[in-house]
Ligand binder design. Sequence first.
Ligand SMILES: O=C(CO)[C@@H](O)[C@H](O)COP(=O)(O)O
Ligand SMILES: [Co+2]
Length: 235
Amino acid sequence: MSVRISPSILAADFTRLADEAAAVADDADLLHVDVMDNHFVPNLTVGLPVVESLVKNVRLPLDIHLGVADPDRWAPGYAEAGARSVTIHAEATITPVRTLRAIRAAGAQAGLALNPATPLEPYEALLAEADTLLVMTVEPGFGSQRFLDFTLEKVRRARRTIDALARFGGRRVPLWLQVDGGVNETTIARCAEAGADSFVAGSAVYAAADPGAAVRALRARAEDARPVTVTAETA
Ligand SMILES: O=C(CO)[C@@H](O)[C@H](O)COP(=O)(O)O
Ligand SMILES: [Co+2]
């Protein structure tokens, strides 16, 4: 799989979550769930009980984005509930290594998220503990915000760092480079060109008349825009 598309249910109808998930189940790779606690971000969404129900009733693996003030307390529980991936924010965690390891130990992929103004460099050493690096392309908290262009430079740097880890660091498992916020048919191509391979899209999917078709269109745009990787075979 060269790219992953993860529709965000923040833009879905919360009274019909199972149906909204089913609408993208044939086309998406993951279902993105923004857990927000009104402390780390000024918004309040869903918590563990809703995620436990989604795990039981939704075909897609869940991609949990913890926009909470105390991810060290909460993250392992989401992994134990059966989420495929649990992402914590660098700005909120006090014990990132312990929490990323706890997520993995519970059988989920571990993600580390950086807000738009948070630099990558202080967190590079942590990438060995992570399966996903999430570069936020808006300030977290709300859907339908405008994509922040300046975040693309961090995506480019992150791509160089991740490729170097794969080439010289002996890393074997993939490290996804995810973007989240303002991702639509135009901005997804710019993110893919910059090196992202995992894309969260809320309003671009759920405001569309046909959410499944919107996912297919986003995937096609991302795949077309991905840089060609030069391997030993193609060089
Ligand atoms: O984490 C967040 C917002 O904090 C996102 O996952 C949003 O849900 C993305 O929504 P769009 O910008 O794609 O509408
Ligand atoms: Co999110």
